[in-house]
Write a protein of this length. Structure first.
Length: 163
């Protein structure tokens, strides 16, 4: 069973002023797909805290996949991509490119996403949008391909040829 951690970046959520709906939406999709959710974190839009938590989870081997939600827009406080870039060792540009391309068929505002993705050790880290609707659309679009990527990353599979 693949293990996943969810990190929500939200100042207002962290202060208890707004309910996190995106994190639970991610959890629902992951569990439906057979993932074990090993951690759910709600943090402020703070680059050091976000990077530190991603690094801690990845380096501990606690999760094969870390999904973040929030903090990928243009606001001065939107720093999730920068925090992610700080901790990853290898970029995986195809994942956010695919999410943006798919989301562009729904809304032109998808082009404003600064989401990124990458690998730290044997953990894949992906930034998802902040809204529950966009989270569902993006994650449901990519989830099928993630299994194979995680199998390759963990060494469970070695053949990348399409079947």
């Amino acid at each position: 069973m693949k293990r996943a951690a969810i990190i929500t970046a939200s100042d207002s959520g962290y202060r208890g002023e707004r309910e996190d709906k995106s994190g639970p939406a991610i959890r629902e999709i992951l569990e439906k797909e057979g993932y074990e959710v090993v951690a759910m974190e709600l943090l402020p839009d703070d680059r050091a805290m976000l990077a530190g938590k991603m690094q801690e989870i990845a380096d501990s081997g606690k999760a094969d996949l870390i999904l973040t939600t929030g903090g990928t827009g243009f606001s001065q406080r939107d720093v999730t991509p920068e925090a992610t870039e700080e901790v990853i060792e290898r970029r995986v540009p195809g994942i956010p490119e695919a999410m943006r391309a798919y989301s562009m068929t729904i809304t032109k505002r998808a082009m404003l996403s600064r989401a990124t993705a990458g690998i730290r050790g044997t953990t894949l880290i992906i930034n998802l949008p902040g809204s529950p609707k966009a989270v569902r659309e993006s994650l449901e679009y990519i989830i099928g391909a993630l299994d194979h990527g995680l199998e390759i990353l963990s060494g469970e599979a070695a053949d990348c040829a399409a079947k």
